[in-house]
Design a protein around this ligand. Sequence first.
Ligand SMILES: NC(=O)c1ccc[n+]([C@@H]2O[C@H](COP(=O)([O-])OP(=O)(O)OC[C@H]3O[C@@H](n4cnc5c(N)ncnc54)[C@H](O)[C@@H]3O)[C@@H](O)[C@H]2O)c1
Length: 436
Amino acid sequence: MIAAETTVKILEDKIRSHSARVGIVGLGYVGLPLAVEFAKAGFRVTGIDVNAAKAARVNAGDSYVGDIPSSVLGELVAQGKIAATSDFSVVRDLDTINICVPTPLRKTKDPDMSYIVSSCQEIAAHLHPGMLIILESTTYPGTTDELLLPMFEKSGLRAGRDFFLCFSPERVDPGNPKYQTANIPKVVGGATAACTEVGRVFYEQALERVVPVSSTQVAEMVKLLENTFRMINIGLANEMALMCDRMGINVWEVIEAASTKPFGFMPFFPGPGLGGHCIPIDPFYLSWKTKQAGIEARFIELAGYINGQMPHFVVDKIQNALNDAGKPVKGSHIHILGVAYKKDIEDMRESPALDVMLLLKRRGAELSYSDPHVPRLQLDGIDLQSQPASAPEADCVAIITDHSSFDYAKIVAHSKLIVDTRNALKGVAGDHIVRL
Ligand SMILES: NC(=O)c1ccc[n+]([C@@H]2O[C@H](COP(=O)([O-])OP(=O)(O)OC[C@H]3O[C@@H](n4cnc5c(N)ncnc54)[C@H](O)[C@@H]3O)[C@@H](O)[C@H]2O)c1
């Protein structure tokens, strides 16, 4: 048997010389940008995705992630720096693996670990000495040590001696022009101190700043704190919006003025509800786990309830605005602006626009939508193509996602009635504008 120090040294030397073969499992919004960063740093990167169509698109240099231009991906593929496959047997040739597979919730709001488990079973089948494995998928504290470690140690290999296991939360913010994978500090915690150290050396090759922490659980909890912090503060902003609505106060003006406080305040904004793959989901990973430890995560449950009310509130607001204009919602034409879950991206996962549209449909409204990033929308009996943003024939235009490319002056000029849930029309006066 090779001594543990030798195994670490061989792996670290390969990483430092960029001759280590890097593997990324799950080539989505997280995995593809990470693969590109390591390829740019000079590593040969192999992506593994069960979706063969995605692997084929990567190999054709055809990016499906907004932040990665096809020109950049295509160049790296042409240089032989990135290739993708659906075949896990390549793990035999890889030195490092980052796991970036989905972690959704089940209908019961319990964590769905099936993607992590199935990808780790495949990796475990080809585990070999001298590998570094890092889980990046957001998950409950304890996943790496309690679930992954036994799966990999079944082989007889030991973490920290024969292979190295870490958790490193992914913080990517799709569509953010300032902070992307390379310049977002990377927290990493290992199953042992040696694991953390190898993880640190690995990320330092491609990313600007690495923040080692003492355990995988701390690293897992960091991500949950960050996302729970956002979820709860958005919940507070939403509750403020509900209160201000009752009292006839403009909540946006309140938040803007409060933001002038140079310390102790950070603005969060209300909206039509939470969206995306992270904020509406991750805190429930934490509350699920804490329940097992006998602690009710009350802030999370409360914020979840308030945030979940927002699509209903927005639909009531639209209905009331139509009533005031003498039109019942039933049979009215409502044009939705923006269906992606946030500004300037194409991701529709958990988008509150979908809830708003289904609720309006249930109340008998006729729907159309406009979203430059989402050409077609199919869900629960709705099958629509994106239309021009300006819809003078619509009875009401509802701004649900405030994409930058919308021509708001034209929309204001050509709409009969507008419900603005994002303060996209800040400072614009008009009797036909109703704000959240
Ligand atoms: N999207 C974000 O902004 C973001 C930010 C931070 C953290 N995260 C977390 O990162 C993880 C990945 O999220 P994402 O947005 O990249 O998801 P995604 O759905 O965009 O990508 C996941 C990819 O994994 C593939 N996959 C599924 N099962 C697999 C398996 N068994 N083996 C190999 N590939 C498999 C899917 O085909 C898909 O291409 C999640 O845990 C998420 O919570 C996401």
